[in-house]
Design a protein around this ligand. Structure first.
Ligand code: M6R
Length: 607
């Protein structure tokens, strides 16, 4: 939530900041701004509402002089409406800063500052932070930052310019992410590596409550007391090409098409000698041998992957699995102990609610295993064990490839538990592993349906409401399909257990409310056909997603997405592709901003 970038070096800072902001725009895009600092001059701030392109236009008109030091921000509003005055950077006295996060005690600090006649001009918590640091500043940036951090509560990543230290940028963080890269041409810091990957693949994550001081010659990592610390270097396994559209019209479509490969890179390295191995990630077999229940917690799409995991694990392992929305987890006083395995799932590894859920699980003595895509992210670092998904950067706000690799990781975990606990016959084990091996091919085959799905999506172009229905695994996919559709097409959509509809919500069905019915399970197919007939009788147009033979009931759907046939356990991977393409083309047909839907941000770092 909010993207930040800073640069100090020998090149011109302005294009570096603007290019970085374009790459970070998926983190928030309601306003943007930069501040640049040249020797013997006070910082020049240029900001505007709207997207980074608006900022580029404004910068082009003002044509600022070359500067070698600067900070840039793209905002997702939390405190105060979208306006130029609320856009970052914010200045107070010698201090100009950008902020990602939320200052929870900003009101108390504002009152304290008001007693001294200091008032903000914006409605933001971030300006209060700038005022506090300025208030604590006596010429020593480190001291001012330390004193301020002692007072600030909440989450923050700050990049701070001090007007009387023109060739330096000071950065500090608490919970919100900051990654740093140093090259011959200068020092860079940003919210994530997508903005920096073209400069270097070697980076470090600024530890919480530490200061990174950027100068032309490099980055110094310091404690809040000013003592030097050695950064822990990491290496990105992807490159700049992965963060570009590569000829696709949108990142979402590119990422949908990347799924065969991301499944291959996530699953293959873990399948060894007809077994599942987590040796590389140093997850001991003992982790899987003695817990009595599993709790999966996550948000949004990641939580929907958890719903698939629950159905799968309860069926194959006969272990109780609860799926908890991370934003509710803490407040529900969850029952956790050392016999509980808590699996947290997060693409970004920075979702504030999921991080809070993980911390609570640890506090209560549960074992924790995180499924994370972003290497070195907060959730990955704080979880006892991590199983990384290898999807590469996911830029579109709507999650697609992250979802299928999260599911594949849950399948791997399920398989591992089944094998360790001797729950699988040899025949089942080998067909399960074969199913996993086959995933890239299966998804590739499903992608061939794209032209057909594009065509039938016209059924959704002019509607306002819709339903997704299914049973069992198909219900979990109905949840994901419905979320995806509303997120990118702004069509109101509800996901429902097919059998439950008649207990109230069927009242909403009319000829203006299409129903996407997902039915891949042979056992429940006849029941699903009845449920579909019930809504059809009320005028609804049906889009049927199925791998079943519908020759005896061909009249139940206005359109059908005929999935490739696969083992019933693996249908979530074919259905995912269908609902992703359906949502993508609904957005395209409606002429919307597919990759950056309104009101959203990729990484939700506020609770
Ligand atoms: O980074 P995370 O996986 O923790 O993000 C969780 C959700 O915010 C995310 O899945 C969100 O629901 C997606 N935008 C949906 O497409």
């Amino acid at each position: 939530m909010c993207g930040i970038i800073s640069y100090c070096g020998t090149s011109d800072a302005v294009p570096i900041l603007l290019d970085g902001l374009s790459k970070l725009e998926y983190r928030g895009y309601d306003s943007a701004g930069i501040s640049i600092l040249s020797e013997n001059q006070s910082p020049l701030t240029i900001k505007t509402t709207g997207k980074v392109q608006e900022l580029r236009n404004k910068v082009a008109t003002l044509a600022p002089k070359h500067a070698h030091c600067g900070i840039g921000h793209t905002r997702w509003a939390t405190h105060g409406q979208v306006s130029e005055i609320n856009a970052h950077p914010h200045t107070s006295g010698f201090v100009t800063l950008i902020h990602n996060g939320i200052i929870e005690n900003y009101h108390e600090i504002a009152l304290k500052l008001a007693e001294q006649g200091k008032y903000p001009v914006s409605q933001t918590d971030s300006e209060i932070a700038a005022m506090l640091i300025s208030h604590n500043y006596d010429g020593d940036p480190i001291k001012a930052i330390k004193r301020s951090c002692e007072e600030l509560e909440g989450t923050y990543a700050f990049c701070i310019l001090f007007a009387d230290h023109p060739s330096e940028i000071y950065c500090v963080r608490n919970a919100s992410p900051l990654v740093a890269v140093s090259t011959e041409t200068g020092s860079y810091i940003a919210s994530d590596m997508t903005a920096l990957i073209e400069y270097s693949k070697d980076y470090f994550i600024v530890p919480e409550q530490h200061i990174a001081k950027l100068t032309k010659t490099g980055i110094k990592l310091l404690t809040l007391e000013g003592e030097s610390k050695e950064p822990q270097m990491l290496h990105a396994s992807w490159d700049a090409k992965s963060a570009k559209k590569n000829g696709y019209p949108h990142f979402m479509l590119k990422e949908i098409h990347e799924q065969p490969n991301s499944l291959l890179t996530t699953v293959m390295p873990r399948l060894k000698d007809m077994n599942i191995s987590f040796l590389e990630e140093q997850i001991p077999d003992s982790l899987f041998s003695d817990f009595t229940r599993i709790v999966i917690t996550a948000c949004g799409t990641a939580m929907n992957a958890g719903l698939v995991g629950k159905v799968l694990m309860e069926k194959l392992l006969r272990i109780p699995v609860a799926v908890e929305t991370a934003s509710e987890f803490r407040y529900g006083d969850p029952i956790l102990d050392e016999r509980t395995l808590v699996i947290v799932i997060s693409q970004s590894g920075e979702t504030a609610d999921t991080l809070a859920a993980l911390r609570l699980a640890k506090e209560r003595g549960a074992k924790t295993l995180a499924i994370v895509n972003v290497k070195g992210s907060s959730i990955a670092r704080e979880s006892e064990y991590v199983l990384y998904t290898h999807a590469g950067p996911e830029i579109a706000v709507a999650s697609t490839k992250a979802f299928t690799v999260q599911m594949s990781a849950l399948y791997l975990i399920c398989g591992k538990i089944g094998i360790i606990r001797n729950l699988f016959s040899e025949t089942f084990k080998s067909s399960f592993l074969q199913g996993l091996l086959n995933l890239p091919k299966l998804v590739e085959e499903t992608l061939l349906l794209e032209p057909h799905i594009k065509e039938i999506t016209h059924m959704l172009t002019d509607v306002q409401d819709s339903f997704f229905i299914g049973r069992g695994l198909d219900y979990a996919l109905a949840c994901e399909g419905s979320l995806k559709l509303k997120e990118v097409s702004y069509i109101h959509s509800e996901s429902y257990m097919a059998g439950e509809l008649k207990h109230g919500s069927i009242a909403l069905i009319t000829d203006k409310v299409p129903v996407v019915a997902i039915t891949t399970n042979e056992e429940t197919f006849p029941k699903m056909v009845s449920n579909i007939r019930e809504v059809k009788a009320r005028g609804s147009n049906i889009i049927l997603i199925t791998d079943q033979d519908i020759s005896t009931c061909a009249d139940i759907a206005e359109a059908q997405i005929p999935l490739p046939k696969t083992d019933a356990l693996f249908t979530p991977f074919t259905v995912s592709i269908a609902v992703q393409l359906l949502s993508y083309y609904a957005s395209v047909h409606r002429g919307l901003d597919v990759d950056q839907p309104r009101n959203l941000a990729k990484s939700v770092t506020v609770e």
